[in-house]
Design a protein around this ligand. Structure first.
Ligand code: AR6
Length: 180
């Protein structure tokens, strides 16, 4: 696996990866949370106009727009699941996996993710972190020749950051153990 994975505490709108991922809704309408912050930083009108041409999308799908005033050249919009039960895990996994597929097909080599679905959509953070980290490893296991070189997580608060960091460390230890 040639990809570098980084788990960071911070605001995704400041990321200088080629693409940042938006935790969107299926209508691709500017909302609050990370979505609101991305629309604000990108420039609401231009981003909404492009989103309107691509909406609606299905839960777990991902589409690409320009990043406009963001440092990131592209925004990948994915609609995570609204949490009801653990059976939503596949949709959350699809959001990460399909965002990476969308990046790949647009020749994007670096990408930043927020913690999809764990704000307004209510997905429990510990469960979501397992799904998120596993989805990234699953993708690079499926596509060992991927051109994506860097994946970052931008977690917005200390608690979410610490959960993702421990899950990432746990996963790395598990992989190392399996290699021995
Ligand atoms: N950078 C990184 N993470 C952030 C930022 C930021 N600037 N701002 C908030 N977060 P949420 P969801 C974190 O609610 O649960 C919107 O209205 C936040 O603390 O943004 O997938 C959409 O339009 C939380 O940890 O997304 C949808 O309708 C995480 O991002 C709906 O909300 C996700 O929280 C999507 O809900």
């Amino acid at each position: 696996m040639n990809v570098q994975i980084k788990v960071l505490l911070g605001d995704i709108t400041t990321s200088d990866t080629e693409a940042i991922v938006n935790a969107a809704n299926t209508n691709l309408l500017a909302g609050s949370g990370v979505c609101g912050a991305i629309f604000k930083a990108a420039g609401y009108e231009e981003l909404q106009a492009e989103c309107n041409k691509l909406s609606p999308i299905k839960t777990g799908d991902a589409v690409v727009t320009n990043g406009y005033n963001l440092k990131a050249k592209y925004v990948i919009h994915t609609a995570g699941p609204i949490y009801k039960s653990q059976t939503d895990a596949i949709y959350l996994r699809n959001s990460y996996y399909n965002s990476l597929l969308a990046a790949e097909s647009n020749y994007i080599t670096s990408i930043s993710f927020p913690s999809i679905s764990t704000g307004i959509y209510g997905y429990p953070i510990a469960d979501a972190s397992i799904v998120a980290i596993n989805a990234i490893f699953e993708y690079f296991n499926d596509y060992p020749e991927s051109k994506i070189k860097e994946v970052r997580f931008y977690l917005f608060d200390d608690y979410t950051f610490s959960i993702y960091q421990s899950e990432y460390e746990r996963k790395m230890k598990e992989l190392l153990k399996n290699e021995q």
